[in-house]
Design a protein around this ligand. Sequence first.
Ligand SMILES: Nc1nc2c(c(=O)[nH]1)N[C@H]1C(S)=C(S)[C@@H](COP(=O)(O)O)O[C@H]1N2
Ligand SMILES: [Mo]
Length: 353
Amino acid sequence: MPPRLTDWSIALAATLAFTTGIISLISGLPQEWFIFAIHGIVGIWLLLFLWGKLRRVLPRLIHPRRWDRRTVFGLLALLLVTLALFSGVWWVGGGEWYFAGFNLLNWHIILGIVLTAVILFHMFARAKRLRKRDVVGRRRMLYLSILLLGGTALWPGQQLTERALNLPGARRRFTGSREAGSYAGNAFPTSSWVADAPRPIDAQTWRLSLVGAVTKPRDFSYAELVAAQDQEEATLDCTGGFYSTQRWRGIRIGRLLDQAVLHADARYVSFISVTSYRWSLPLAEARGALLATHIDEDLLSHDHGFPLRLVAPGRRGLEWVKWITHIEVLTEPDPGQALSIFTSSFTDAGRGS
Ligand SMILES: Nc1nc2c(c(=O)[nH]1)N[C@H]1C(S)=C(S)[C@@H](COP(=O)(O)O)O[C@H]1N2
Ligand SMILES: [Mo]
């Protein structure tokens, strides 16, 4: 392929990989499997394009006489790409590896974000325009199509091989997450999006306030809520790479909302943690979701969100707010919530002071 076509293909594939990677972080419904499939396929395309690029620049890299400042950046970029792809491929294959407290999937996400920033910077600084003669030509387009189709076909091939060989990676969920501690009460892993670590909450003084677009705002005591017997079997699937299925017990949110009488224009329900971490669900979905006080017969442990946490089936773990103190009924979506999951750990309550 002409150099410029290769370079633009890499940039486009990297953009697609980044976009699907970010979307995948909040995809958890089975019908969203294709987001993860596209991400995997684009990864294979990138490997193929990079192979082409490497063959082109290799002579420049192996002759020290031809080195300049750009070579150093080129090498760094190459290292970054290799690590980003390698961490993803290794995780998919079932790899178990930790560095600085982060697993392979965490590193894959970090490297992917850094790499996207580098590629954008590189494109602004050095990108050469794609000319007509870089893209026209039947043989050229045929070659590119074969490459793309071949890469696409390799993905199901990889999935089937993994299953046939029964590699550890084959036992992952469609989101890529691995099973941990299902049906074992509080024993499954705990996780905070950034570093939320509030002090244990005293159920005696704790109150849940229901506010916002409601006619009768009101508080609930722990005793009022803990008596409820609603149940939901649901899978918590953390973007950090584990999932756990539990029988949760608590109170159906619809029953709670009915006690406050919603305004006619109520559209969303926001769940707010003592740390200020918050996330919302559309009203109908919120009604069917659960506020859990128990896992099976066990009281929720502090790390899992005692006294009250959201159980939102089909949503990723990061949306299952822990240590809830407020519920706010909203008439509009809440774009600020995406920021709250980054900043909550720096509030006093989030730091545990
Ligand atoms: N208040 C608050 N709730 C939170 C988080 C957090 O950092 N703060 N982390 C979320 C993330 S990223 C996940 S995966 C789940 C983890 O729940 P667990 O610790 O019970 O496994 O809680 C979610 N709820
Ligand atoms: Mo998570």
